[in-house]
Design a protein around this ligand. Structure first.
Ligand SMILES: Cc1ncc(COP(=O)(O)O)c(C=O)c1O
Length: 368
C-alpha cells in the first residue's frame, strides 16, 4: 500500500540515535540545546523551544497568552483536533471559523465574521504549508497563535511561518516534513515567553537538579522553585539527535516534495474533473505537506485508489461537525463542502517515480 503521508529517515538518523544510546543519556539533555540552536539558526527563529509534540505545543501556546478564563478563541474548523482541544484544556472556548475553498486557509473576512464580544485571540493554521495572509489577520488587532505544523519551511513576505504572530507552533511527528519521531516546537518573538516555555515544559521547574548542581555546587541543588503548575512536555536527546540529522536533509526533502507537487499539477491540468491546490503567491514559500484535490465523486475515487493499493484520506474532518464541541448547528459552508469533495493524495519524499506514475495513472483511469 502506498502511504499518503510520510517522512524519510536513513542511516544517519540511526547512527545518531545509537550515539545517544551509547552515551546512556536518552532523555532531556545537551542534544536538545544543540537542536534548538541549529533550528533557530536554520530558520531565523531565535526564540525557539523543542517540546514533546505539536499538540502539547498548542496547549502551551494558549496557556502562554494568559487570557481571562472562558475567553473565546477563533479556530478554523478545517484542522486537527489538537487545535480545539488545546483551547478547551486551557479553559477557553473554541469558536469555529470557515476557511476559503481555494486556499483552505482562514481569511480576514471569515475570521471577522466569527468575532464575538468575548473573542480574545485567533488561532490560524497554514494549511498544507501554504501561508495564511498574516498581515490581514494581524490587522484585526487580536493576539494570534500560528499553527505551523505543516509549515516548517514556509515563509510569508520573507518571514518564517510560526514566527510572525504572537506565538507559533510546529509539529515534528513521524509523518511531518521534518521528523524527530514525536515532537513539536514553540516559537515567539518575545524572549521572556520562550524562557517561560522552557521552564513550563519541565513541570514548571526549569532547571534539572544536575544543571543546578553544575551551576551552584555549594547549595542544595536538589531543591527547586516551581514557577507555576504545568504538565511535563520534555523533549528527549533521542528526538533531538534525529532532528539534527533531519535539519541537514530538510532542503533536499523539500525539493522532492515540490517535484512531486509540480508533477501532479501538470498531470492533472488536463483532467477537468479535478481541482488542484491553488497557486502559491510569489511572496510566499510553500511546504507541500499535503496535496489536497477536490473531486465530485470523492468517495468512489478514494475506494478505487484503495483497491489499487493507494491510501488516501481527508485531512481534516471539520471540527464543528463533531458533537463534542456543541457547534453542530453552526453552518460553515466551505468546510462542509471540503468534507464532501476534498481528498489528500500521497505526497512525501519516500514516493518513488514509479509510485507517482501509478498514482497519476490510477486517478486518470478513474476519470476515463
Ligand atoms: C494542523 C496541525 N496542528 C497540530 C498538530 C499536532 O501535532 P503533533 O502530531 O506533533 O501532536 C497536527 C498534527 O498532525 C496538525 O496537523
Amino acid at each position: 500500500m502506498i502511504s499518503v503521508f510520510g517522512s524519510q529517515v536513513g542511516a544517519e538518523e540511526i547512527e545518531a540515535v545509537k550515539t545517544v544510546m551509547n552515551l546512556q543519556w536518552m532523555g532531556f539533555g545537551k542534544k536538545v540545546d544543540e537542536f534548538e540552536a541549529a533550528y533557530s539558526n536554520k530558520y531565523g527563529i531565535p526564540n525557539f523551544a523543542l517540546v514533546d509534540s505539536g499538540s502539547n505545543a498548542l496547549y502551551m501556546a494558549v496557556h502562554l497568552l494568559d487570557l481571562p478564563m472562558g475567553s473565546d478563541i477563533i479556530v478554523p474548523s478545517f484542522t486537527w483536533v489538537s487545535c480545539a482541544q488545546a483551547v478547551l484544556l486551557a479553559g477557553h472556548n473554541p469558536i469555529f471559523c470557515d476557511v476559503d475553498l481555494s486556499t483552505m486557509n482562514v481569511t480576514k473576512e471569515l475570521v471577522r465574521r466569527s468575532i464575538t464580544a468575548n473573542t480574545r485571540a485567533i488561532m490560524i493554521v497554514h494549511y498544507a504549508g501554504l501561508p495564511v495572509e498574516m498581515d490581514e489577520i494581524l490587522s484585526l488587532g487580536l493576539p494570534v497563535i500560528e499553527d505551523a505544523a505543516h509549515a516548517v519551511a514556509s515563509t510569508y513576505k520573507g518571514k518564517p511561518c510560526g514566527y510572525i504572530g504572537d506565538i507559533g507552533i510546529f509539529s515534528y511527528d513521524a509523518v511531518k516534513n521534518l521528523t524527530v519521531g514525536e515532537g513539536g516546537g514553540i516559537a515567539t518573538r518575545n524572549s521572556d515567553l520562550i524562557a517561560r516555555a522552557k521552564t513550563l515544559r519541565y513541570c514548571g521547574i526549569g532547571k534539572s537538579g544536575f544543571d543546578s548542581a553544575q551551576a551552584n555546587n555549594s547549595g542544595r541543588w536538589w531543591e527547586y522553585n516551581i514557577s507555576e503548575p504545568f504538565i511535563k512536555m520534555l523533549p528527549t536527546n533521542i528526538a533531538a539527535a534525529i532532528g539534527l540529522e533531519q535539519l541537514m536533509k530538510i532542503d533536499s526533502l523539500q525539493e522532492r516534495r515540490k517535484q512531486i507537487w509540480d508533477i501532479y499539477n501538470s498531470a492533472f491540468s488536463s483532467l477537468s474533473d479535478i481541482r488542484t491546490p491553488c497557486n502559491t503567491p510569489e511572496y510566499c514559500t510553500h511546504s507541500y505537506f499535503t496535496y489536497c484535490i477536490r473531486v465530485a465523486k470523492r468517495d468512489s475515487l478514494a475506494k478505487h485508489l484503495l483497491n489499487n493499493g493507494i491510501y488516501t484520506t481527508l485531512r481534516y474532518h471539520p471540527l464543528h461537525l463533531n458533537p463534542l464541541y456543541g457547534q453542530t448547528n453552526k453552518r460553515l459552508p466551505n468546510c462542509e463542502q471540503l468534507n464532501e469533495d476534498a481528498l489528500s493524495i500521497p505526497i512525501h519524499p519516500r514516493l518513488s517515480d514509479t509510485d507517482v506514475e501509478k498514482i497519476i495513472g490510477s486517478i486518470s483511469e478513474f476519470f476515463r
